[in-house]
Design a protein. Structure first.
Length: 157
């Protein structure tokens, strides 16, 4: 009959075999930092790709349009993709319309707008503008002041 034998094992942690070296730790930290930065940029990249598609689907130039342009912005603070659209058109031989709107791309909703209709010979400052931001109408504000407010509210953070 065999007798059980007790075996004693000694395991020693050798250098670099079981615990990472300082060099390996720094390398791993650098890789994690790059990965973190890449993940942080992913929503911005998606917005930059999706916003022009949204714009082309939702806006069309017609024969009376003399300016139609867009600018996209991903807001990290609210995690939303916005598009600012500028649309200027001739309404009649004597009247033009200037419109600036901001839309949430993925929700497809308008968040802000300002519209100015004026005679061609009239200066923008003399014409009345209709300004709305998140449903709040701003009655006593100029076209440019509303554009500045819209821009600072949606396109800078």
């Amino acid at each position: 009959m065999l007798k059980p034998v007790a075996v004693r094992l000694r395991i020693r942690a050798g250098r670099g075999t079981h615990s990472p070296t300082q060099k390996q730790t720094k390398s791993l930290q650098a890789k994690l930092e790059v990965r973190s930065q890449t993940e942080a940029l992913a929503p911005q990249a998606k917005c930059a790709t999706d916003a022009p598609v949204w714009f082309s689907v939702n806006w069309r130039r017609d024969k009376n349009t003399f300016l139609l342009d867009s600018l996209s912005h991903y807001s990290k603070s609210v995690n939303k993709c916005f598009v600012l659209v500028q649309h200027n058109q001739i309404l009649t031989a004597d009247h033009v319309s200037k419109t600036v709107t901001v839309h949430e791309v993925y929700e497809n909703i308008e968040r802000a707008s300002v519209r100015l209709t004026r005679q061609r010979s009239e200066n923008d400052e003399k014409a009345a503008a209709t300004c709305t931001i998140d449903g709040d109408k701003k009655d006593t504000i100029s076209f440019q002041a509303c554009v500045n407010l819209i821009y600072s509210s949606f396109m800078t953070n």
